[in-house]
Structure formats: structure tokens, C-alpha cells
Write a protein that binds this ligand. Structure first.
Ligand code: NAD
Ligand code: UGA
Length: 469
């Protein structure tokens, strides 16, 4: 029986390994992590992440060929294939701070693999890493190897949160990069055989190591670039009377462009787009390509501009002050169908409004009060470095509360901000909300999910992204 071990039981490691276990009953999969609470949760009825369809997959294989454990060394030493799916956040200190990927977690995992291995292994980069990381990992492993043969593969993950299980069941492609040596090709084949249990072989792309590593950064940069492009257009739409939904529909009908990923919004969030583009920018700068670096930097600048523009619009619409006014925040997660708040635009919007002394009442169906408090007290880039957690200033804590119902959040509020596109926000009784709000009652729709015309008929003043007022 082939044995797989995955280091890192997070948003990628957990779902990916659960699906491999489900689709490959002949493979034994162990997911290991240094975080005891995370592993305890994976072994309980309440999984550590909210992801539609995940519970079902885990229940079918856990205890059969899928195991979650903190005994990292035991499972790594027994495995034939070791996936490394640890976090690779943006560096906060030292060389490349604010841009480069922090590979501390990656390097410590690699050193541990070298330490405990007693048999040959394929080591798979599942985390998103800077191009050429495999070379560094190879060095660490071979210089500490005690005669053991390691083959390094790059197998970046393309799943999106909220649709992870669907994305893993039917991926657009699986990408495997490896050395172009006989041993490298053999390792690629071994990993291809795993995916071939359920992925059509013509969707499994095999490349050299550097192309695989770079393709992951490129794919995220291209996706984020589409959002910044449409968000830049949304500002122009507001200035000219065009409607961004109509513009993106017309543009996306061109088969060369396509309709997906053209929804204007308050800005993109999530743990990866910003970090991966910053990483790409840093790599370009290090390779003496400032023009290329500046091109990609602009994607982030437009995203920051969009978030700031949204906050400014709220304040200016509400007669240039939100001081002491109650504003309901509907949605805090970075997108619907996840409880993940990493780099969510809600953090910047809430901080912007708190900076203007608003009183926030926050509701998200999947995000806990503790999480929101943590997020609003962290500095930029610190979210993936738990040691940087700062106590929140008493003024800030006093200025927001978290509630478990959209109606409670909006009661007596002057304005409502929709920051996540949860389906339940489309179906709310907006007449009831209007009746219980201060007047004039404002709605700022950061996701373009409400029917603005209908709300205006009720009496709301509605601002939607990229739409005529
Ligand atoms: P995560 O923070 O949810 O999970 C990482 C886990 O690794 C944590 O539980 C942490 O405790 C564990 N860990 C860190 N160092 C360890 C060590 N030395 N030994 C054992 N465990 C260790 O991160 P994630 O969202 O799963 O992302 C992981 C990687 O995958 C990142 O590089 C990310 O860029 C990439 N990625 C993420 C997504 C996504 O949707 N979240 C999608 C594609 C790629
Ligand atoms: C993204 C990519 O889609 C995945 O392919 C990739 O594997 C992953 O990053 C990663 O490397 O971590 P994810 O961040 O989970 O996945 O979610 P997306 O659906 O891409 O959404 C990202 C952000 O963009 C969200 O805040 C979303 O609301 C926003 N978005 C998305 C828009 O504002 N407009 C759109 O049209 C699409």
C-alpha cells in the first residue's frame, strides 16, 4: 500500500488529502500538523474549517485510510510521498519584508523530513512558493540526507475556498513539475498515478519544476488582475453613468475574454492573491525586472484603492461624518461559503469606519466574534504570524459589537454595508430592515447582490459598486 503523509492540516492540506483518500482507497493518507487544536478538530464532528461537502468526504474515509495526527515524525518517516502544505505568508521583518514569502515553516518542515527519513521519498511542494524554492529544498534535503534519495516535485494547488471539494473532484488541471532526469520522471509518474484515480490524464500537466512553481503565481496574478481591471472600470462607470455589470457582461461575451471572474466588488481578499502577487513582485525585482514588478504591483494598488474608495463613499454619502453613527456590517468572511477571514476586505473597511468613529454592528453567518476581534486588532501582514497578536485598544473594542442576526445588526442603524455575498443577504426582508433603521437609511452594497431599484422603492438610499446612483 502506498503511504502518503501531508504536513499541514489547513485549508489546502485537509480537503486535498481527504479527497485523495476518498478517490484512492488503496492509498493510506496521514495528515499531520504541529497544531494540537487543529488536529483535534479534524478528528471531531466539528471540522476546523467550514467548506461545503467536506464533512461528508471526511466521514467516509476517516479511520479507514485517512488519519489526522500530531505525530508528525512517525508519519513522515513511514511515508513514500510527503506533501508539504504549510503556510507561506508574507515576511514581516528583515530582507524583503512586506513582499517576499516567509519560508520559515517550509524550511523547518524540510529539515524535519531530512532528519526522520529512513527510506527514499518523493517530497511534494503543495504550498505556493517562490519560483526556485525546490532548489533550496533539494539542498537542505540532500545535504542532510544520510544516503537517502529525495525527489522534489512541485504540485501547486488551484482550489478556491467555498468550492474546494468541487474543485478537487473536477479540477481544470493538475500540475506536476519535476526534474527532467530518469529519477525525476519516475517521481512525476508516481504522483500522476495518484491523481489518475479520478482526474482524466489529459488534465494532468507535467512540466519542469520552475514552470510549475511559476505557473501557480502566474495563475493567481492573472485572476486577481481581472478583478482589479473590472474594479478600475467600476470607478469609471460611477463617474460616467455606465453600469459595470452591463460592461463586464458585454466584455465577457468575447470568447477570448470569457465571463468568469469579472464581478466588481469592494476588493478581493483571501490569504493568497495579495501575498502571491507581492511575492511575484519581489521575484521580479530580485531578477532585475522593475517594469514587470511595477505592472503587477498595480493590481494590488487598485485593490487598495477600491477598498479606500468604498469607505470614502460611505463617509461622504453620510454627510461627511459617521462619528457615533451605527453602521451594520453584513458579512466579514472574504467570500461566501467560508468562515475564512484572511485578508478579507471587511478588515480594511471596518478599520476605515472605526477610524472615523463609527459604531459597528457586525454579522457573519460563519465568523466568530473572537475571530473578528483578532482580525481588527492585527497589523497588516501579521494575520499569519500569531505571535504578533496585539491587545485591542479599549476605544476600538467599545466601537463595535458582533451579533448573530442580520436584523439585530441593522436595528437602529444609519447605514448597512454588505461586504460578503452570502446568499442569505439576498433574501432578507429589506422592508422590515428599513422600518427599523434611522432615516435616511443607507445601503452600501460592496458585492452588488441586492436589487438596488427595489430597495430605492422602499426608501433606501443605495450605493452599489460601479452603478449609476
Ligand atoms: P493554513 O494556514 O490553513 O495551513 C497550514 C498549516 O500548516 C497550519 O495548520 C500550520 O499549523 C501547519 N504547519 C506549519 N508549519 C508546520 C510544520 N513545520 N509541521 C507541521 N505543520 C505545520 O494554510 P493553507 O490555506 O492551507 O495554505 C497552505 C499553502 O497552500 C500556502 O502556501 C497557500 O499559499 C497555498 N494555497 C492555499 C489555498 C487556499 O485556498 N487557502 C489554495 C491554494 C494554495
Ligand atoms: C483563489 C483562486 O481562485 C484559486 O484558484 C487559488 O488556488 C487560491 O486563490 C489560492 O491560491 O489560495 P480563493 O482566494 O479561495 O481562491 O477564492 P476566489 O474565488 O478566487 O476569490 C478571491 C477573492 O476575489 C474573494 O474576495 C472574492 O470575493 C473576490 N472576487 C472573486 C471578486 O471580487 N470578483 C470576482 O469576480 C471573483
Amino acid at each position: 500500500m502506498v503511504k502518503i503523509c501531508c504536513i499541514g492540516a489547513g485549508y489546502v492540506g485537509g480537503p486535498t488529502m481527504a479527497v485523495i483518500a476518498l478517490k484512492c482507497p488503496n492509498i493510506q493518507v496521514a495528515v499531520v500538523d504541529i497544531s494540537v487544536p487543529r488536529i483535534t478538530a479534524w478528528n471531531s464532528d466539528t471540522l476546523p474549517i467550514y467548506e461545503p461537502g467536506l464533512d461528508d468526504v471526511v466521514k467516509q474515509c476517516r479511520g479507514k485510510n485517512l488519519f489526522f495526527s500530531t505525530d508528525v515524525e512517525k508519519h513522515v518517516s513511514e511515508a513514500d510521498i510527503v506533501f508539504v502544505s504549510v503556510n507561506t505568508p508574507t515576511k514581516t521583518q528583515g530582507l524583503g519584508a512586506g513582499k517576499a514569502a516567509d519560508l520559515t515553516y517550509w524550511e523547518s518542515a524540510a529539515r524535519m523530513i531530512a532528519d526522520v527519513s529512513k527510506s527514499d521519498k518523493i517530497v511534494v511542494e503543495k504550498s505556493t512558493v517562490p519560483v526556485k524554492t525546490a532548489e533550496a529544498i533539494e539542498k537542505i534535503l540532500t545535504h542532510n540526507s544520510k544516503g537517502i534519495n529525495f525527489q522534489i516535485l512541485s504540485n501547486p494547488e488551484f482550489l478556491a475556498e467555498g468550492t474546494a471539494i468541487q474543485d478537487l473532484f473536477q479540477p481544470d488541471r493538475v500540475l506536476i513539475g519535476g526534474r527532467e532526469t530518469p529519477e525525476g520522471k519516475k517521481a512525476i509518474e508516481a504522483l500522476r498515478d495518484v491523481y489518475a484515480h479520478w482526474v482524466p490524464v489529459d488534465r494532468i500537466i507535467c512540466t519542469n519544476l520552475w514552470s510549475a512553481e511559476l505557473s501557480k503565481l502566474a495563475a493567481n496574478a492573472f485572476l486577481a488582475q481581472r478583478i482589479s481591471s473590472v474594479n478600475a472600470m467600476s470607478a469609471l462607470c460611477e463617474a460616467t453613468g455606465a453600469d459595470v455589470t452591463q460592461v463586464s457582461y458585454a466584455v465577457g461575451m468575447d470568447t477570448r475574454i470569457g465571463p468568469k471572474f469579472l464581478n466588481a466588488s469592494v476588493g478581493f481578499g483571501g490569504s493568497c492573491f495579495q501575498k502571491d502577487i507581492l511575492n511575484l513582485v519581489y521575484i521580479c525585482e530580485c531578477n532585475g525586472l522593475p517594469e514587470v514588478a511595477n505592472y503587477w504591483k498595480q493590481v494590488i494598488k487598485v485593490n487598495d484603492y477600491q477598498k479606500t474608495r468604498f469607505v470614502n463613499r460611505i463617509v461622504s454619502s453620510m454627510f461627511n461624518t459617521v462619528s457615533g453613527k451605527k453602521i451594520a456590517i453584513l458579512g466579514f468572511a472574504f467570500k461566501k461559503d467560508t468562515g475564512d477571514t484572511r485578508e478579507t476586505p471587511a478588515i480594511d473597511v471596518c478599520k476605515g469606519l472605526l477610524g472615523d468613529k463609527a459604531q459597528l454592528s457586525i454579522y457573519d453567518p460563519q465568523v466568530t466574534e473572537d475571530q473578528i476581534k483578532r482580525d481588527l486588532s492585527l497589523k497588516k501582514f501579521d494575520w499569519d504570524h500569531p505571535v504578533h497578536l496585539q491587545p485591542m485598544s479599549p476605544t476600538t473594542t467599545k466601537n463595535f459589537s458582533c451579533v448573530w442576526d442580520a436584523y439585530e445588526a441593522t436595528k437602529d442603524a444609519h447605514g448597512v454595508c454588505i461586504l460578503t455575498e452570502w446568499d442569505e443577504f439576498r433574501k432578507l426582508d429589506y422592508q422590515r430592515i428599513y422600518d427599523n433603521m434611522q432615516k435616511p437609511a443607507f445601503v452600501f452594497d460592496g458585492r452588488n447582490i441586492v436589487d438596488a431599484e427595489k430597495l430605492r422603492q422602499i426608501g433606501f438610499i443605495v450605493y452599489a459598486i460601479g452603478k449609476p446612483l
